[in-house]
Design a protein around this ligand. Structure first.
Ligand SMILES: NC(=O)c1ccc[n+]([C@@H]2O[C@H](COP(=O)([O-])OP(=O)(O)OC[C@H]3O[C@@H](n4cnc5c(N)ncnc54)[C@H](O)[C@@H]3O)[C@@H](O)[C@H]2O)c1
Length: 367
């Protein structure tokens, strides 16, 4: 039996914690041996929580550890590309959080460096591993819905937990970039990676204008080469906690997998009770607590799969190339919203620093 894959995690807050918890939930293929984070004390705290033996302030020091084979990036979007280059050059496999990076130039650089160094670039898009959605895809592959014509995917909540998401210089965009990337990847996967032909998008900042220049709500239509249509809706303006749902329409059937509701218990409490679901502001009154939240998202299945890819036991199901497809659709979506028209792909404008600039630079200023 090959040894478990030794993993280092970059980042110790929201998603870094989810990575560590996920490896612990499905521990048979991988073990986390190191964590790093530049804020003194943070990585140490996460190490204590999960029994991780090594702690670093600088990720480059962690990359010198010879036994580490795979490194997961759970740091802000602006850092994904530089970190990937450093990890690949250290000869380690890369798991990169969504969105893949800030620009198509960065996406190409990440893909190239990993290819040159002979390491995997694994794109952490957990919706491709979400048990309920995997079941829906298996049913579609079995012909349950006949020929698919429409896939709707939507992820919404009232906005992210850390300041950098709201600062478009550091995030690259608002909710379309942050959560639209999930929904685009999902539709692309569900339509068997048929190329995206065009993108039409509308977006606005409706609720959080005092806090961000980023859009807090977006609606986007993707046309696929196989004739299918993706309808992607995302929001940071929706109250009441996380909502993630899909609708699948084919000539022969339909399915409405709702990630949270099917797993939740409609609950009323006069007094509140602690934790219900990601980003729910309160547990008083009506709430919808989920059980096994990470399991239902598919994060443990995703990390287990990535470790198995490192051992050659499985072929990567979500790659840097997938992340690049999503990035191109993000560019096209922002440009579409900015110009008020459908954008055909391939779409590769020059000199883009942040996807959102393709919208902000065109948008008519508010009166
Ligand atoms: N898959 C998902 O559903 C999901 C959910 C949340 C976040 N994410 C993604 O994960 C990434 C991290 O987001 P988050 O929510 O954990 O953010 P966060 O703000 O909670 O944590 C960011 C972490 O990055 C670390 N960091 C910052 N600069 C660093 C540096 N130079 N070197 C090493 N570490 C550094 C911080 O110390 C912190 O630990 C983002 O790309 C985000 O889009 C994905």
């Amino acid at each position: 039996m090959a040894e478990r894959v030794k993993v280092g995690i970059i980042g110790s807050q929201f998603q870094g914690d989810i990575h560590a918890a996920s490896f612990q939930i499905m521990p048979e293929e991988a073990e986390v041996v190191a964590v790093c984070s530049p804020t003194p004390g943070h990585a140490a705290e996460m190490a204590r929580k999960y029994g991780i033996p090594r702690v670093f302030l600088d990720y480059r020091e962690m990359l010198r550890e010879k036994d580490i084979e795979m490194v997961t990036i759970a740091a802000p979007n602006t850092l994904h590309c530089a970190m990937t280059v450093d990890i690949a050059r250290a000869g380690k496999h890369v798991v990169c959080e969504k969105p893949l990076c800030m620009t198509l130039d960065e996406a190409d650089e990440m893909i190239d460096v990993c290819r040159r160094e002979g390491v995997l670039l694994l794109y952490a898009e957990e919706l491709l591993f979400t048990p309920k959605y995997v079941k829906a895809k298996e049913m579609a592959d079995h012909g349950a819905f006949g020929k698919l014509y429409l896939v709707k995917q939507s992820e919404k909540h009232f906005g992210p937990h850390s300041a950098w998401f709201w600062d478009v210089e550091r995030s690259g965009g608002g909710v379309f970039m942050d959560m639209g990337c999930h929904s685009i990847a999902f539709c692309y996967w569900f339509f068997d990676r048929s190329p995206i032909k065009s993108v039409t998008c509308h977006m606005g900042t409706y609720v959080h204008g005092a806090k961000t220049r980023g859009e807090d709500d977006s609606i986007c239509v993707l046309e696929f080469a196989n004739g299918g249509v993706g309808l992607v809706e995302n929001s940071w303006a929706k109250r009441g906690g996380m909502d993630d749902r899909t609708e699948i329409y084919g000539e022969g059937g339909v399915s409405y997998p709702n990630l949270h509701m099917g797993n939740a218990m409609p609950t009323y409490s006069e007094y509140g009770y602690g934790y219900a679901v990601e980003k729910a502001p309160s547990t008083k009154g009506w709430s919808y607590p989920v059980f096994d939240e990470l399991w239902n998202y598919g994060s443990p299945h995703e990390m287990r799969h990535f470790a198995r890819c490192v051992r050659g036991k499985e072929k990567p199901r979500s790659t840097g190339e997938d992340g690049r497809v999503v990035m191109e659709a993000l560019y096209a979506g922002y440009a579409s919203a900015g110009q008020g028209r459908k954008i055909e792909l391939p779409f590769r404008p020059e000199g883009v620093k942040r996807p959102i600039d393709l919208w902000l630079d065109q948008a008519v200023p508010k009166k």
